[in-house]
Design a protein around this ligand. Structure first.
Ligand code: FAD
Length: 493
């Protein structure tokens, strides 16, 4: 009887708890180890997975397949059109290749948990053992709690506790024992027909914008080795200035690891450990850039802990329920203009065009663009959340939902609804010379850094018209007032 490693959002060999255990058990018992990835186009569609992310996953699978082959572990890639058939498909595969033990890493979202419960039931019926492992977080969800044993609802105290827990190595090891490098599988396979099938490059429902895909292949080559090359280069060259550079969208100052983290091509533990090593084994003090970067990785853990403690965020609900009463504008035209980067607010438009043109957006600009949709256009944050998911190569439910709810004030931000960014001030502060705007909004390329942030307010009507750039969709001052009133009304203030 054989063992099976079922890959999902953990497309790597190193530091993979399920794979490392599977290979150890298979090795110790002289069993053969297979690997599986299930493509479910319907699942991707239901979860708004971006075509560019699907393509990244497919490219990553190709690399993974080669790496597994070198360990004599064949990767089977099976397409199951409908999500509800995944459990049956899994046990069918197990029966075909005589598997009695399945290993997989946990995905924490509600739908994924439901799928795994169905798999567990189906496996039980067929007397197949299935085991799930914690993998996605550095600290297992539920392990970082307040003195009252409650989940944290704001980031700063969570971070404090997380840092001191993870820093004391002993506690950290208890939370997440470091998985070992997988052993090679021991016997040659006897069923090559199953795993010699080619990995499709464009499965199912997606139409790929080809130009975008070639940009993506160039910007984000697939594979674990590439992810580590990036991590090392970032730590060597950029991390020390990360604290100062991370908010400046024209500087390539962040790690660019998000697509790799979102698909599990690299683990968050590997990132934290590499940063920690570069900082004399410290997490809380030391080099400012390193400490800042670790704090961002803590956000990632935080949003996953929130998702597990408050699963309603996975079910189209607000984290702060009272914010569900906000009366949103149903203005499809405004929404389309936001999507296309034609709001007349250059920094917002630059961000949306970066997203549409590259599948990624700078974090500061994500905040500005999201806040603008919610607070200036008063459009339901869930529409923006969906649009981001449909276009991001690093689309990640917990981070995206957390980011959007933070911007909509219905999330874990300690400040209430009156945090409203002024897009003009944000633009002047973070894109001072207008370089980022110039890159993504060609209509404004001829403008000086003084004029570029607010061309409508700075130029004569005739000069403005000649630019061929839209006038602002709303007046920020008026929109701000309206937003405050709407939110007050919703909260009964
Ligand atoms: P770095 O600055 O190098 O950070 C390293 C890693 O830390 C990131 O790859 C990411 O995994 C994590 N991280 C960084 N910032 C955050 C944050 N604010 N919250 C949670 N984790 C963070 N990130 C995603 O990975 N997927 C998303 O779908 C996503 N949607 C977002 C939507 C909104 C509205 C906002 C405001 C933020 C969103 N983020 C999302 C967080 C952040 O913008 C990206 O993680 C970051 O820009 C990725 O670039 P990087 O890898 O160079 O980041």
């Amino acid at each position: 009887e054989n063992c099976l490693m079922w890959f999902r959002s953990d497309l790597r060999l190193q530091d993979n708890p399920a794979l490392s255990t599977a290979s150890r058990i298979a090795h110790a018992n002289s069993k053969f180890l297979f690997a599986l990835y299930i493509i479910s186009p319907q699942d991707w569609q239901l979860h708004d997975t971006a075509a560019i992310k699907v393509n990244f996953i497919m490219r990553s699978l190709k690399v993974l397949k080669e790496k597994l082959a070198a360990l004599n572990i064949p990767l089977i890639v099976e397409t199951v059109e409908e999500k509800k058939n995944i459990a049956r498909a899994l046990t069918d595969i197990c029966q075909r290749i005589n598997v009695s033990h399945v290993f997989s890493n946990i995905e924490y979202e509600v739908d994924e948990q439901k799928r795994d419960k169905e798999c567990q039931n189906e496996c039980e019926t067929h007397k197949i053992k299935i085991e799930f492992f914690h993998d996605q977080c550095v600290a297992i969800p539920g392990s970082i709690v307040s003195k009252e044993n409650k989940p944290y609802t704001v980031y700063t105290p969570f971070k404090k506790n997380w840092l001191s827990t993870v820093e004391s190595t002993e506690a950290f090891l208890q939370l997440s024992p470091p998985p070992t490098t997988p052993f090679p599988s021991c016997i040659r396979s006897t069923q090559p027909s199953l795993f010699s099938l080619p990995i499709p490059s464009s499965p199912g429902i997606y139409e790929y914008p080809l130009a975008l895909l070639s940009i993506s292949c160039e910007l984000y080559p697939a594979g674990e080795d590439e992810a580590h090359k990036r991590l090392n280069a970032f730590i060597e060259k950029k991390i020390n200035s990360y604290h100062d550079d991370r908010d400046i969208p024209c500087i390539d100052g962040s790690s660019g690891l998000s697509p790799y983290l979102a698909s599990g091509v690299i683990s968050c533990r590997q990132c934290v450990n590499a940063a920690r090593r570069a900082n004399g084994n410290k997490l809380q003090i030391g080099k400012k850039g390193i400490v800042s970067w670790i704090a961002e990785l803590v956000w990632r853990d935080f949003y996953r802990h929130v998702l597990v403690a408050f699963p309603r965020v996975c079910m189209n609900r607000a984290y702060k329920i009272q914010y569900e009463n906000v009366k949103w504008n149903e203005n499809e035209e405004m929404f389309q203009r936001w999507c296309e980067g034609k709001t007349g607010y250059p920094i917002v438009d630059a961000g949306m065009r970066q997203l549409n043109g590259s599948g990624w957006m700078h974090n500061r600009v994500r905040m500005i663009a999201a806040m603008f949709l919610v607070k200036d256009l008063l459009i339901n944050w869930q529409k923006g959340e969906k649009y981001f998911m449909q276009h991001l190569i690093d689309g990640d439910f917990a981070n995206n939902n957390g980011g959007w709810q933070w911007c909509a004030s219905s999330g874990t931000d300690a400040q209430p609804y009156f945090r409203i960014f002024n897009p003009l001030l944000q633009s002047q502060k973070f894109d001072r010379d207008g370089i980022y705007i110039q890159k993504w909004v060609p209509e404004l390329r001829s403008l000086s850094s003084k004029l570029i942030h607010d061309p409508y307010g700075s130029l004569s009507p005739k000069e403005f018209q000649q630019l061929g750039y839209p006038a602002p969709i709303v007046d920020h001052k008026v929109a701000r007032q309206l937003c405050l009133e709407r939110f007050k009304e919703a909260l009964g203030k």
